[in-house]
Design a protein around this ligand. Structure first.
Ligand code: NAD
Ligand code: UDP
Length: 311
């Protein structure tokens, strides 16, 4: 049994991660300020003897005795991270400084949930870890993109300067049960719209692409990365390389929900990446991992979750 801190543990990915950790017998401290997280996501774990939740903001220091830290605290959907962009940057940067400081003090191994957004609107396709990215430093997505890039810098400087045991994963678009119904992300938006018979909002002409990973596959990769040999730091791409246009995604969701919603074309938000697909060769090699859940199957699970939470 290990003592494990999960920051952002009441969020979408964090709650699934906490669940897997307690199921395998670890002792989990979930830290969250509930900015986008929800008590309902962790309600089923709250009485578990190996689960504890602390309401805390990662931009303030924290002291807990743990052996592993998964640092996930940060709003992840564009609507949420653009709501208070200054706080988003603080969460990434001050949050990383505080969690790295904690890891140094208690000699914990620490994993950063970074993002494919560090590649910005990429000229290299699919994206490999050695690509440095093309990020606008002053746009509306910058608070998130540059915050996450700076967090990566801090992780690697703590590794070089203080010999900290770090792991960095770059997560590509992930979906599944417990996504926030109003977070504005494409999978949740389309499913909610289809179930409610509302128009499906396609931004731009819908030809932009994303590659969607089901949450269970993603969490498995994070767990494996955390237990790789010391010295393997990443960054490591994790995600599902199957690439779809937003039009293809809309059609799949309409068919799986038997919805008669119509497509409605809206302006493309600025700095919206044209295409995104992870090269996961390194993850295959280092983690002996590749995603198992096909988009249709993952969407069915997610649709059934949303049927239960929306009217
Ligand atoms: P989420 O918004 O559901 O979860 C983030 C959690 O962090 C929430 O519970 C929120 O309340 C908490 N949080 C935010 N600011 C905080 C603060 N200052 N102090 C403490 N807690 C705070 O998002 P998610 O999709 O679960 O994403 C989790 C992590 O994974 C994020 O770091 C995100 O950047 C990264 N990520 C997610 C995706 C994805 O597709 N879901 C893709 C790339 C990266
Ligand atoms: N998108 C869309 N309709 C929506 C929500 C999003 O067409 O209702 C598009 C968005 O412009 C982007 C893609 O879907 O091109 C993925 O958006 P999301 O916010 O899920 O993730 P990110 O852009 O951060 O990858």
């Amino acid at each position: 049994m290990k003592q494990i801190l999960v920051t952002g543990g009441a969020g979408f990915l964090g709650s699934h991660l906490c669940e897997r950790l307690i199921a395998r017998g670890d002792d989990v401290v979930c830290l969250d300020n509930f900015f986008t997280g929800n008590r309902k996501n962790i309600a089923h774990m709250i009485d578990h003897p190996y689960f504890e939740c602390i309401r805390h903001d990662v931009t303030f220091p924290l002291y807990v005795e743990v052996e592993r830290i998964f640092n996930l605290a940060c709003p992840a959907s564009p609507i949420h991270y653009q709501r208070d962009p200054v706080q988003t940057t603080k969460t990434s940067v001050h949050g990383a400084i505080n969690m790295l400081g904690l890891a140094k003090r208690v000699k914990a191994r620490i994993l950063q949930a970074s993002t494919s957004e560090v590649y910005g609107d990429p000229e290299v396709h699919p994206q490999v870890e050695s690509y440095w990215g093309r990020v606008n430093p002053i746009g509306i997505r910058s608070c998130y993109d540059e915050g996450k890039r700076c967090a990566e810098t801090l992780f690697f400087d703590y590794w070089r300067q203080h010999k900290l045991d770090i792991k960095v994963v770059r997560i590509f678009n992930t979906y599944g049960p417990r996504m926030h119904p109003n977070d504005g992300r494409v999978v949740s938006n389309f499913i909610v719209q289809a179930l409610q018979g509302k128009d499906i909002t396609i931004y731009g002409d819908g030809s932009q692409t994303r590659s969607f990973c089901y949450v269970d596959d993603l969490v498995e990769a994070m767990l494996r990365m955390m237990e790789t040999a010391a010295g393997f730091t990443g960054p490591l791409n994790i995600g599902n390389p199957d690439e779809f246009s937003m039009l293809e995604l809309a059609e799949k969701i309409l068919s799986l929900t038997n919805s008669r919603s119509k497509l409605k074309f809206e302006p493309l938000p600025s700095d919206d990446p044209r295409q995104r697909q992870p090269d996961i060769s390194l993850a295959k090699e280092k983690l002996d991992w590749s995603p198992k859940v096909r988009l249709e199957d993952g969407l069915k699970e997610t649709i059934s979750y949303f049927r239960g939470v929306i009217r």
